[in-house]
Design a protein around this ligand. Structure first.
Ligand code: PLP
Length: 358
């Protein structure tokens, strides 16, 4: 606290990201990073952009990153997406922040699930947006009918975080169609690991904004690239906020790396299949040890053990050099969110749990 702080800063409750340990040798299953390296073509494109002497870095990047918008549109060519329907930003967290400011800040409160990505309430605090938390069902599922009330917008992560639960596309469309007077944002950070994207709905629904990231399925969390796809009127609102905030949110390396990563479909397919395969095996192994594991369409699972306190399990796993995420929040404080690692990492987790539970 300080007299120098603005009143707003006094009121903020910032987001706390998962730990990025400095210690090496830890098995890191706590922030949903992809265990496989990014596309070699993305790496080559960035090396080539950098060149021998880095001279290109003298120059500002393209402020609107048009090549990246074209690459996103091309990635979704089957849904006839144009670059004018694409917005890009410094990680999807930045895209989300702009969306709260540009599209969700109205008189009426926005609606979001009571258990969801915990950054959403943080943006509400930053931008002074009221929200109502709508309880998920018994199985942590989104019940579309529960959103039937006046609102200034709706935001849902699909698959949801930290549960991994998938809302089927038909339910997403029902939600979007039921709220034509407000913007519905679907945060698809994990959709490549087992869901169907809502991007195909965009041509029919001008109130739908789909937000995605290259951090998870493209193994580029360190590059900071996210994007939104929606009607060009929604994109224009995001551009107006972005151009009032930072003209160059994406650097030169991020733009060329992301363009190449999006074009490398084979690499995406290979790594997502590997993650989904390991997820099935890890789920079976944990169930064999008495864990209850929610069905997951994401690159993590949400699990609990009926006889063991989750916070304590997380602490003991850390002593075995495995880190997972525990949220000290109502309804989910007996669950652990475990990122899907390589099969070897998953095996190390199972071995550590065996040692702890014995
Ligand atoms: C990881 C995550 C993001 C943030 O992704 P970045 O692009 O790395 O900022 C957004 N939404 C959800 C639900 C996430 O889990």
């Amino acid at each position: 606290m300080s007299q120098f702080w603005s009143p707003l800063v006094h009121r903020l409750t910032p987001y706390v990201p998962g730990e990025q340990p400095r210690l090496s040798g830890l098995i890191k299953l706590n922030t949903n990073e992809n265990p496989y390296p990014p596309s070699p073509r993305a790496v080559a494109a960035m090396q080539s952009e950098l060149g021998a002497d880095g001279a290109t870095l003298r120059l500002y990047p393209d402020p609107s990153a048009d090549r990246l918008k074209e690459a996103v549109a091309a990635h979704f060519a089957e849904f006839a997406i144009s670059p004018a329907q694409v917005f890009v930003g410094n990680g999807s967290d930045e895209v989300l922040a702009h969306a709260f400011m540009a599209l969700l800040k109205h008189e009426a409160p926005i609606l979001l699930p009571d258990i969801s990505y915990s950054f959403y309430p943080v943006y509400c605090g930053l931008y002074d947006v009221d929200y109502i938390a709508i309880p998920l069902g018994e199985r942590f599922e989104v019940r579309v009918d529960d959103y039937a009330r006046e609102n200034g917008g709706i935001i849902i992560a699909n698959p949801n975080a930290p549960t991994g639960d998938l809302l089927p596309l038909a339910h997403v469309e029902r939600l979007v169609a039921a709220h034509t007077q407000s913007v519905v944002i679907i945060d698809e950070a994990y959709i490549d690991f087992g869901g169907e994207t809502a991007i195909e709905l965009i041509t029919r629904h001008p109130n739908l904004l789909v937000i995605r990231t290259l951090s998870k399925s493209h193994s580029l969390a360190g590059l900071r690239v996210g994007y939104a796809v929606g009607d060009s009127v929604l994109i224009e609102a995001l551009d107006r906020v972005k151009n009032s905030f930072n003209s160059y949110p994406l650097d030169r390396l991020a733009i060329v790396g992301a363009v190449a990563a999006l074009a490398d479909r084979e690499h995406l397919e290979m790594t997502r299949q590997a993650v989904m395969h390991s997820r099935a095996k890890l789920t079976a192994d944990l169930e064999g040890m008495g864990f209850t594991v929610l069905p997951s369409a994401a690159n993590f699972i949400f699990a609990r053990h009926p006889q063991n306190d989750a916070a304590q399990l997380a602490a003991e796993l850390r002593q075995h050099k495995v880190i997972v995420r525990h949220f000290k929040l109502p309804r989910i404080d007996q669950h652990l969110r475990i990122t899907i690692g390589t099969d070897a990492q998953c095996q190390a987790l199972i071995a550590a749990l065996r040692a702890i539970l014995d």
